[in-house]
Design a protein around this ligand. Structure first.
Ligand code: SAM
Length: 276
């Protein structure tokens, strides 16, 4: 696969560096060294990074233990839209082999430095083909902002990349009635370019439409996650409060920002293609 020829273009939401339909094409949203560095900084040196380490990683470990029918260290893993590699860095040492694909070479530069043992592909996940099937595919902070066509194409390619019975683990991070969802909708009403919102129910339906069956889920994220908070006591208090709310409030709660889901591939795709 060839490196993307996309040029930098982005509408900054100020929240952990994502863009949505405000960008002409999500494929261009994280192209550019400065954008990639800012995203990497969010997830290594600011509240989103602390949140990932202390709230999301334990939820992911728990979800994988519930959903996987075989040990993680026997699985071949593909991280789709890997970005600067935070999910890859956590999974690569736990799996038999990890491969990362992202359209932004700038984002992957950070992932390569952090996870030298992984294999990397700069390319478009909506046209990806690999010679060997994967047992586990992850895709974090991607489907929400990707937009309908890209979502559908990437789900189909993931279905083709997965071995029968393989697992897709993905999240969405702005349900419409969550703090972040309300913020995004208010921005849109005020005429600003606004990012996507998506309910767990709608994403669950999309998964079903593309041949996936939900086998485990976690609902989390009640407080507004902002990169404006650095690491330290405030970040730790934020994460502790959010963990507490996650434990207290019911799952599939529409007031939660995030839905983390493990879905098993039940429909056969068109088969693994030839070489990435
Ligand atoms: C918000 S970042 C998420 C990165 C990482 N998964 C994480 O959770 O930190 C979204 C990523 O999707 C990538 N991306 C967008 N369109 C893509 C496509 N068509 N194929 C592969 N990657 C894509 C962007 O370059 C960006 O790195």
């Amino acid at each position: 696969m060839n490196p993307s020829s996309a040029t930098p273009s982005r509408t900054d939401t100020g929240i952990a560096g994502d863009t949505g339909p405000g960008a002409a094409d999500y494929r261009r949203s994280h192209v550019g060294a400065a954008l990639a560095a800012a995203y990497h900084d969010d997830f290594t040196a600011r509240l989103p990074g602390r949140y990932w380490a202390t709230v999301e990683q334990p939820l992911l470990a728990d979800l994988l233990a519930e959903a996987s029918s075989r040990p993680l260290d026997q699985m071949h893993h593909l991280d789709v839209a890997s970005g600067s590699g935070r999910v890859l860095a956590w999974l690569q040492p736990r799996t038999a082999r990890s491969t990362a694909i992202d359209i932004s070479d700038d984002m992957l530069a950070h992932a390569r430095a952090a996870v030298p043992a992984a294999a990397f592909v700069v390319g478009d996940a909506s046209t990806m083909r690999f010679g060997q099937p994967f047992d586990l595919v992850t895709a974090f902070r991607f489907f929400l902002n990707a937009g309908p066509e890209l979502r559908a194409d990437v789900l189909d390619r993931i279905g083709e990349c997965l071995a029968p019975g393989g697992l897709l683990v993905a999240n969405i991070h702005a349900q419409p009635w969550s703090t972040l969802g309300l913020w995004r909708r208010a921005k849109r009403r005020l005429g600003h370019p606004a990012d996507s919102v998506l309910t767990a129910a709608d994403f669950g339906q999309l998964l079903a439409d593309h041949g996936f069956e939900v086998v485990a889920e976690r609902t989390y994220g009640y407080l507004p996650l902002t990169r404006r908070i650095g690491p330290g006591r405030l970040a730790d208090a934020f994460c502790a409060a959010d963990r507490r709310l996650n434990g207290l409030l019911p799952s599939r709660n529409p007031a939660a920002c995030c839905w983390l889901v493990a879905a098993r591939r039940i429909a056969l795709g068109t088969g693994a293609g030839s070489g990435a």
